[in-house]
Design a protein around this ligand. Structure first.
Ligand code: ADP
Ligand code: MG
Length: 213
């Protein structure tokens, strides 16, 4: 099986210690394939099933590149639903326990705008949210994506199925051209395959059938 310990990656001792305390010792196959690519700064299209550990794959990449002293949004993770966004934010907070004062916020539909605008005004390092609501914030000028260095599309196939394609493209065009884009999906949808050049730059493509292959 294509796997290795997290300690084979160029991560700080504090980060490795936190992963250890979470019970993460060996990388899952998707992590073992994706993390060297992500840590090298490449764009990525990764196909893997649910439960394969995709959140830590992009989460470790985001947190390794994060500058907690800079209070601007450095990473944006787009998810299909509020429930998934909450789960991703929770996992990112666990992965970030070794870093002081990392602010991770969620911006999803179905919750009032006021508190979201308030937390954006306070400053956030990482935003996790649904495409519709983030597009809404962009339209109102309440979110600034110009300092993004990593854009993650989580469950991209589901987001496209749910009709979020245009929102995703609008959000991507509000992010700097010079950024890292990471796309995770159970399948590789045609819509994204056709227009991947608009979203990703020379992406490395990886595919993992299942955790136990
Ligand atoms: P996916 O997004 O691929 O569906 P998740 O990122 O939600 O999967 O991870 C599934 C589960 O595996 C979570 O409970 C997570 O804590 C756990 N997990 C992730 N990576 C590891 C690892 N390297 N070692 C042990 N457990 C892990
Ligand atoms: Mg996931």
């Amino acid at each position: 099986m294509n796997t290795a310990p997290f300690s084979s990656l160029a991560l700080s001792d504090a980060f490795l210690g936190n992963l250890d305390s979470l019970g993460y010792h060996q990388m899952t196959p998707i992590q073992a394939q994706a993390l060297p690519v992500i840590l090298d700064g490449h764009d990525l299209i990764a196909q893997a099933k649910t439960g394969s550990g995709k959140t830590a794959a992009f989460g470790i990449g985001i947190l390794n590149a994060l500058n907690p002293r800079f209070f601007g949004i450095q990473a944006l993770v787009l998810c299909p639903t509020r429930e998934l966004a909450d789960q991703v934010a929770k996992e990112l907070r666990r992965l970030a326990r070794h870093i002081d004062n990392v602010k991770i916020i969620t911006l999803c539909g179905g919750t009032p705008m006021g508190p979201q605008i308030g937390s954006l005004e306070h400053g956030a390092h990482i935003v996790v949210g649904t495409p519709g609501r983030i597009r809404d914030h962009l339209g109102r000028g309440t979110v600034d994506l110009s300092t993004i260095s990593t854009l993650v599309l989580d469950e991209a196939d589901r987001m496209v199925d749910m009709g979020f394609y245009e929102d995703i493209m609008g959000i991507a065009s509000a992010c700097p051209k010079k950024r890292q884009t990471l796309l995770f999906s159970a399948t590789y949808p045609d819509t994204i395959r056709k227009e991947s050049a608009r979203l990703l730059r020379l992406p490395v493509e990886i595919k993992v059938e299942s955790l136990h292959d």
